[in-house]
Design a protein around this ligand. Sequence first.
Ligand code: COA
Length: 189
Amino acid sequence: MHRIERLAVNAGEKDLRALAEILVDAVDSGAAVSFLAPLTRETARDWWREILSTSHSGAIFLVARDQESIVGTVQLHPAWAPNQPHRAEVSKLLVHRRARGGGLATRLMQEIEEEASRAGFTLLTLDAKAGGPAERLYRRMGWTPVGTIPGFALDPDGRTPHDAVIFYKRLPPSGPGGDTRKGSRGSSL
Ligand SMILES: CC(C)(COP(=O)(O)OP(=O)(O)OC[C@H]1O[C@@H](n2cnc3c(N)ncnc32)[C@H](O)[C@@H]1OP(=O)(O)O)[C@@H](O)C(=O)NCCC(=O)NCCS
């Protein structure tokens, strides 16, 4: 069984190593997660360190742990724009290959949606490689596809373009009396 919890922005070296391992594993598996192959563990660790320390104070990083280490993760980033205080972007849903196919990504998404709702967000957005397992998962979880952008990014081989599907999901306003955004936005601990 996996335990899902928030990750502190000053994550320790062991957690950073595990997160780097998950990102490298995703690139090695051909996933569209911003990076090209080969991705070194060092570059991946530096990226995690950077994103954790420079993100919006309302960003939320969730991790799923087994007995040994982190095996899955997902992020929520509040929109920076002052006219979008109700919107946040979900990104970097990653589950290590050794833990896939057992519902872990589904649980991570349920948790991040609940965290987003508690923090007062009412609109979530994300994009996913067309035709991949993530697109199926988001559709299954009730996300609305807006459309497909052709040739949005390259596969990890750095040559093959792939399309991306843009999704959104509306969340009901949380708390008594509706939107509690101002008073309850979470921090990333
Ligand atoms: C996309 C990704 C996060 C999915 O992770 P996962 O933990 O395997 O996802 P789930 O287990 O929740 O769902 C995957 C499949 O397992 C099935 N499943 C879920 N629970 C299950 C269970 N208890 N027993 C058997 N199968 C189960 C789901 O129905 C789903 O099937 P489908 O793909 O045919 O629809 C993972 O493949 C990954 O990390 N990919 C690389 C990174 C990536 O592409 N991220 C997305 C960026 S947008």
